[in-house]
Ligand binder design. Sequence first.
Ligand SMILES: [Zn+2]
Length: 284
Amino acid sequence: MPIRYDARTYALRAAKGYVSLASVAGRLKVPFALDPHTQGILGQAVGFDSADMIHRKGRFWLHIVVTIPDVEFQPSGDVVGVDMGLSRPAVCSHNRFFGKRRWKEIERRYFRLRRSLQRKGTRSAKRHLRKLAGKVNRFRRDCDHVLSRRIVDSVQPGTVIVVENLVDIRTRTKQRGRESRRRLHSWSFARLRSFLAYKAAAKGCKVVGVDPRHTSQMCSRCGHVHRRNRRSQSRFLCRACGFELNADLNAARNIARKYLASGGMPAAGGPLSTGLACQPAQAG
Ligand SMILES: [Zn+2]
């Protein structure tokens, strides 16, 4: 279990390279190391909140909650669609692929292990299950941080980042292939989106959602929709115009296009809002 500190029990002296922590033996001055990215964030921080001390694999980590001012969103006209892909965890309409293929393999391995532990049902199996749940959760969280960071780093300030509103996708049973395709990463979607939203806001970008229907079956060149346009998990081939593309990239382009078609022109004070409040979808 992490130890929680607050403003009275810890004080960060980033410039001097140590943190002062209250302990049963009085105040401790603990030196720490920072990576350049964290250093940058601390430099912008205008407020410090609670901090959690975590011990993991022989190292101590201090997770600090800081407040950094958002950069005002000034639309540049750039719109980037993000598809939570099959071939890669995230594929963006500006031709960038993020995340590692092996993440999904790790996820499948966890899934199989969990299932076999559940079948056993013994007390020690239950203990293992609890440990495993914590491990899986940390792994997913790390993936979400990496993905959202990479995506935001790849765009310029003023960009609208468009994602699918996937909250209700699981209630739909029709699109079977897509349904199972989603299952592997549906776990992370709300969290990934919230990570994306605050990282985007700190860079002067914003995140909006669109209706996910047909994004994987529509041709991003001619707009033709057909179930068999998507030939396989990785290949899109349009039956009407012959356009061929990586299937996730085609979907990402459709996601960006939907936002533009919905009239969500990236104007200040436009109809679409940032953050987790999803805008219900106007199909384009
Ligand atoms: Zn086409």
